[in-house]
Ligand binder design. Structure first.
Ligand code: ADP
Ligand code: ZN
Length: 718
């Protein structure tokens, strides 16, 4: 080892530089990159990671200014070099500091049981070796008693079995694929061979999970480890059980809702295991992975992969690909509705698309019916929110003894209320968005879905005393209407109001799954993951509200949601019907379900190209947040000028565009007003340089204006 006395230490902070420290003579331990050390910084104590040893200090840093570290934390897990490199890569890509990534990666310092675990295994191996030797000797020697030899033999058998046990369970899962799946897996393997990311584009129920599992088993059999990412763990109970039967003890489950202790435990096991498969949400990326052979990203299009706050504002799918690259692992992304980004990457030859169009359990494709609510209304065919046609379908389904799922993407009784006299629409005093009407057994309230603000509602206008009426129907009202239309049906609702109580949520799902209820009404919560045996009819009410949002991805998201919820229908074969009630049945988002879908995606892609959106351009949002709206305006305008200056040459040659500042849909967050500057950068070789320049300009602006803590940068926003 070198006897460097200086080190650079990564601290869990938003620091633009990596501070130097000195190792005092009182510390005799050898310090290496990756070690954790305890240091003082700005009057506080932190645990940091040694990024590197430094032979000498930079010229402008006098030795007298460099402080000693307090201790080397040998009991804490070390960080491998590749991990630190990955952190740096993430920091560069997402325009944040390596300290912020470190903070996300190691939210708490857990003591290192990993070495204990690893040592245990080493000891076991050594013991088997020793036993074998003793036995060899005993066999060779005539003087050793028969009983001793037998004892040794028995002992060796036991220890060997223990060691074997640690290795097995990973080779044969007993999964037998059907021919469509076999064809798909062959496609995946050739993508891997060509060093490409495999995109498994498979309809819901086609058996993607079995394909992932088979590939995972193969990786494990080769002595490599596996990371299996899902967008949300809450939906993966069924999955967890299935994987458990395949992988037994090798399966580790990890997500951000786990207790700190449990997280530490999993990290420890990962570090010390030779055979593991982690099933987890995006935070599982930051476990101390090693020898990864396969990374699976299920539902790759899901926006839950994106971390909004704090920095790094990363997309788990994209960082998973970085991680896989750094370890030489294969990557498979799966989805029934791949993101445009993924499809674009396929077109560009970076990914390879493998289609799986058959449902595993067969059956005819689900029939799709678009119901034009405007036309129905003219014919007096609407009963409140329900069209006569839909009522007919529901009645028939219930008569057959099958179940119905109704999706309405707004919770509440009414998404807004309005005075019939003066026309006033009450808004949240904090957020300036319309308040939704919620009814409970005890009283009615107007609630802000953004910040939770709520106020009692007596049906009269605060401005003029006139009477108020609800605008539109949310899940609560639809439930009420359904109860009146189908008095014999057992109806339940699932939205985030119900799910506030996890037990209640679990009960609703369980009872519907067991066929003890007939109609389930809910928000997007009902769209994912569930496998309801008797569900034959899925209906979407007021589908157009999905399109009326301020988001360039609105159409893409709407299609994904519709596809997901259609996928709940008739999963075990048989006839299924998918109904969409809309006042714009000619909209491409809907006709995509009745006509060829490829054209739809092609069109979306060309629209994105024309308007300077991803995947053709990299989007970066620079957000300014301030308690005072006028200050937010002023600072955002000044920052906008600085950003334009920094991108000057690029703006001239058309490789960069700056828009804004504008007020985003969610204007107020935690009492602070947000202004957004939207930067789009052409994908090119010097993209990294453009981002670095942009970041530098933002930091300089913060310093110049003493405006730290008000500006955030969001790369690839979703
Ligand atoms: P997806 O993830 O593509 O929506 P799933 O993996 O959930 O589809 O598969 C749908 C159903 O088909 C599940 O009930 C699953 O158990 C079953 N299935 C899929 N492939 C197989 C297989 N090879 N052997 C047995 N059952 C399978
Ligand atoms: Zn509010």
């Amino acid at each position: 080892m070198t006897d460097a006395r200086y080190i650079q230490v990564i601290l869990p902070l938003k620091l633009e530089w990596v501070p130097y420290y000195r190792i005092p003579d009182s510390i005799s331990a050898v310090v290496e990159a990756g070690d954790k050390v305890r240091v003082n910084f700005s009057g506080r104590e932190y645990i940091g990671v040694v990024r590197n040893l430094a032979e000498r200090l930079p010229e402008d840093l006098p030795a007298s200014k460099v402080r000693p570290i307090k201790s080397v934390e040998t009991a804490l897990a070390r960080v491998r070099k590749e991990e630190i490199e990955l952190w740096q890569q993430i920091a560069d890509y997402y325009m944040c500091t390596v300290g912020e990534v470190f903070k996300t990666a190691c939210p708490a310092q857990t003591f290192n049981r990993e070495e204990i675990e690893a040592r245990k295994k080493e000891r076991l191996k050594a013991r088997v070796e020793r036993l074998r030797e003793s036995l060899e000797k005993a066999r060779a020697s005539k003087r050793v008693k028969e009983s001793t030899r037998e004892r040794l033999e028995a002992e060796l058998a036991i220890q060997q079995a223990k060691l074997e046990e640690k290795k097995k369970g990973s080779v044969d899962t007993g999964i037998v694929l059907n021919s469509a799946q076999n064809e798909a897996i062959a496609g995946v393997r050739s993508a891997f061979k060509a060093k490409k990311v495999a995109l498994l584009h498979g309809v819901t129920g086609s058996g993607k999970t079995e394909i992932y599992s088979k590939l995972a088993a193969e990786a494990l059999a080769k002595g490599r480890n596996v990371l299996y990412l899902v967008p949300e763990i809450a939906l993966s109970r069924q999955l967890e059980e299935r994987l458990e039967t395949f992988f037994g003890e090798d399966l580790l489950v990890f997500h951000s809702h786990e207790t700190q202790a449990r997280r530490g435990q999993v990290a420890t096991t990962v570090a010390g295991s030779t055979n593991y498969i982690v099933l987890g949400t995006r935070s599982a990326i930051f476990l101390p992975h090693h020898d990864l052979g396969l990374v699976i990203v299920d539902e790759e299009h899901d926006s839950s992969y994106k971390q909004d706050s704090p920095a790094p504002r990363y997309n788990g799918r994209d960082v998973a690909i970085m991680l896989a690259k750094s370890q030489g692992a294969d990557v498979i992304l799966g989805s029934a509705t791949p993101s445009l980004e993924a499809l674009f990457n396929c077109q560009a030859g970076r990914f390879s698309e493998i289609s799986l169009n058959e449902k595993y359990h067969g059956g005819e494709p689900v029939e799709v019916e678009l119901i034009d609510t405007r036309a129905e209304r003219k014919k007096r065919g609407m009963h409140g929110s329900f069209s006569r046609k839909l009522i007919q379908h529901i009645s028939e389904t219930l008569e057959e003894g099958a179940q119905v799922l109704i999706l309405r993407s707004r919770r509440s009784y009414s998404p807004a209320v309005q005075c019939t006299e003066c026309g006033d629409i009450p808004k949240c005093p904090r957020c300036n968005v319309s308040l939704s009407l919620h009814k409970t057994a005890s009283n009615d309230r107007l609630v802000c879905h953004h910040c939770g603000y709520s106020v009692k509602f007596d049906g009269s206008c605060q401005k003029c005393g006139g009477s108020m009426e609800g605008l539109g129907a949310g899940t609560q009202k639809i439930e009420e209407e359904a109860a009146a239309l189908f008095p014999a049906a057992r109806i339940v609702r699932l939205d985030s109001d119900v799910a506030k109580n996890p037990k209640e949520e679990a009960r609703v799902v369980k009872e519907f799954a067991e066929g003890r209820t007939d109609i389930l009404i809910g928000t997007q919560m009902v769209s994912k993951g569930f496998d309801f045996e008797k569900l034959k009819l899925v209906a979407v009410m007021q589908a157009d509200s999905m399109l009326a949002v301020q988001d360039f991805r609105a159409d893409e998201r709407a299609v994904q949601l519709l596809e997901q919820v259609r996928g709940r229908c008739a999963r075990r074969g048989g006839k299924g019907l998918f109904v969409i009630q809309t006042s714009k049945p000619e909209h491409p988002v809907y006709t995509r379900f009745t006509e060829d879908s490829r054209g739809f995606e092609e069109n979306l892609l060309s629209e994105r190209k024309d308007f300077g959106y991803p995947p053709f351009y990299r989007l970066i949002y620079i957000n300014v947040r301030d308690t005072y709206a006028d200050k937010a305006d002023r600072m955002a305008a000044a920052l906008n000028a600085a950003v334009q200056m920094a991108l000057g040459r690029r703006m001239e040659n058309g490789s960069a565009g700056v828009m804004g500042p504008y007020v985003p849909a969610k204007e107020i967050e935690d009492g602070r007003h947000t202004r957004t500057i939207r930067v789009s950068l052409a994908r090119s070789k010097d993209l990294a340089a453009a981002k670095a320049g942009l970041r530098k300009a933002v930091i300089a602006f913060e310093i110049q204006n003493r405006y730290d803590g008000h500006i955030t940068i969001d790369v690839d926003p979703v």
